[in-house]
Design a protein around this ligand. Sequence first.
Ligand code: ATR
Length: 269
Amino acid sequence: MDRYAVLGQPVAHSLSPRIHALFAEQSGAQLSYEAIEVAPAALAETLARLHAEGYAGLNLTLPHKIAAVSLCETRSARAAAVGSVNTLIRSDGGWHGGNTDGAGLVRDLRENLRLTLAGQRILLLGAGGAARGVLAPLLNEQPAELVIAGRTPWRPEELATEFKALGPVRPCTFLALKGDHFDLVINATSAGHSGVAPGLPADVLNADAAAYDLSYGRAAEPFLQRARALGATRTFDGLGMLVEQAAAAFALWRGQRPATAPVLAALRG
Ligand code: ATR
């Protein structure tokens, strides 16, 4: 039986074991998928041990996505560019690191939510690791412009400089957004985990604008509530992204892409 696991700290709340069990059920695949609590100081040793024990694949969640990059023997171009890994695939000598987060977001936006990205004006709130992970796949969709907004100019400027070859990307502060208008606003800040919404100016949403939070559940609510109060007609949390990044990981491991709609419905139910 093939063994898989997600490593994190804390990890007990992770939905990944349930998602992968539902994927396995679809194809009748015999596999196990555990959640393993790992402290940062124990990551290197744990990765080596799970490889020696024959695990076929791993997922990484907070706080390991960045530290694991240098612990992989090889990594995909996307993972190297983003500087973080969420999916490890077993190879003979060690782990191959990939990152399916950004592709998961774009697939959720396009396929599940039927949002158009090409030609649209997109606002990305936050300039940390989560924002970095989704920039390249979003720019690949050829938006009219993608503005990265932060509380201070420095981190948005760094990201915009790094990704400018991929498309029209511009850094901004929340305050300087006044007067700009967007079709889609994506929250990649960690503000919702403290129960607050990022400071989005009142007049930045176009009529019929959509709002998406990379978090799901309670952490997504402060931003989505604010977006609704500012006139967003369609608001979505990141549960679909979570399921899609898991499906992409499952496909990398097993060569077969699971259907995500029934899994998302089961989780929402
Ligand atoms: P992650 O890996 O989750 O992206 P991170 O690298 O710490 O975590 O980045 C979190 C992002 O959320 C940062 O852009 C942070 O803004 P600063 O760079 O100014 O710290 C942003 N953030 C956190 N709390 C916020 C809040 N209350 N309002 C707006 N932005 C916030």
